[in-house]
Design a protein around this ligand. Structure first.
Ligand SMILES: C[S@@+](CC[C@H](N)C(=O)[O-])C[C@H]1O[C@@H](n2cnc3c(N)ncnc32)[C@H](O)[C@@H]1O
Length: 197
């Protein structure tokens, strides 16, 4: 990965108010995989490719990332950014709505990073579980959503998102196949590890 280009990509995204992974969340993920690189990552929500480019750091030599984005302008920018960062051989973008694309993917992943429409997190979880390797990890970003999820916040505009994020947390905590922690890094990160059978 070209680190100078990566800094430029990050700065431009922030200037343009494109929501990208926060530094402490990224740091946490780097630490998680410090000693064991992984082979396959599925990301839901590419934006301009910033997090996908960063995640190439935690891949092994043959590793790859599939990432899904529905916004055409962002897809174009992501493709340019991925090229500038010199990681085109590692990242594949699926263009379109993840709700339609996910059921058609039949691969297994070591890590699934959920970072798209908050109202769809329970659906993304169902799909992530179907495609997760034993020992795999599902990470859900923005899970605490500015503190709304753990408060009695009930404003109309965010109500559906908050309800679905709460539903996601309930499902991962109750799922006997998963061990879950909710971390206060970034805007909240749920980390669910699949237990070895
Ligand atoms: C928070 S941004 C992703 C940021 C990116 N992961 C990063 O950290 O650099 C969320 C992205 O998900 C996309 N998105 C939201 N819902 C989606 C869906 N149902 N299918 C595909 N993309 C979606 C949005 O267009 C947006 O670009």
């Amino acid at each position: 990965m070209n680190k100078i280009e990566l800094e430029k990509i990050k700065e431009k995204a922030l200037e343009n108010h494109i929501p990208i992974i926060m530094d402490d969340t990224l740091e946490y993920i780097y630490n998680l995989y410090e000693d064991k690189k992984i082979n396959s990552i599925l990301e839901i929500g590419t934006a301009v490719g910033y997090s996908a480019i960063c995640f190439t750091e935690i891949l092994n030599k043959e590793g790859f990332i599939d990432t899904i984005e529905r916004d055409e302008q962002r897809i174009l920018e992501a493709k340019e950014n991925i090229k500038k960062a010199e990681v085109e051989d590692k990242i594949n973008i699926y263009s379109g709505d993840a709700v339609e694309i996910l059921p058609g993917i039949n691969k297994k992943y070591d890590m699934v990073f959920i970072d798209a429409a908050k109202g769809k997190y329970p659906f993304f979880l169902k799909e992530a579980l179907r495609m997760l390797h034993d020992n795999g990890i599902i990470l859900a970003d923005n899970i605490l959503y500015k503190g709304y999820v753990m408060s009695d916040y009930n404003k109309h505009k965010q109500r559906t998102a908050v309800r679905n994020l709460r539903e996601y947390i309930k499902e991962v905590i109750q799922n006997p196949e998963l061990e879950t922690e909710i971390l206060e890094v970034g805007d909240g990160l749920a980390i669910s590890k699949k237990k070895i059978k």
